[in-house]
Structures are given as C-alpha cells and as structure tokens.
Design a binder for this molecule. Structure first.
Ligand SMILES: [Zn+2]
Length: 51
C-alpha cells in the first residue's frame, strides 16, 4: 500500500507582538515584553536599585 502524497510543508509561522511589535512564535509569550496576545502575563523584572 502506498501513502498518498499529502506532505505538509512545515513552515514556521511567526506572529508579531501586539504590544511591542517584536516577532515571536504564535501561542507563545512574547520574549521581549512578556505579552501574550493583548495581555501581559509575564512581568518584566525590575532592576533592583536598592541594595
Ligand atoms: Zn512583545
């Protein structure tokens, strides 16, 4: 038996962050600002100035 040629071309899809515009993977939290969609799910680490 032969398989039909239904090879799917796996093209890496990229999406732009709606917050900062950085290109990131879809369904992934933006690595630049921590936004997922239109919601910030990861707070940017604030630099500790004191001590
Ligand atoms: Zn972003």
């Amino acid at each position: 038996m032969r398989r039909a040629n239904h090879d799917r071309i796996n093209v890496p899809t990229l999406t732009r962050c709606s917050n900062c515009g950085e290109v990131s993977q879809p369904h992934r939290v933006c690595g630049a600002c921590g936004f997922y969609g239109e919601t910030q799910v990861i707070e940017k680490p604030e630099p500790t100035a004191s001590e």
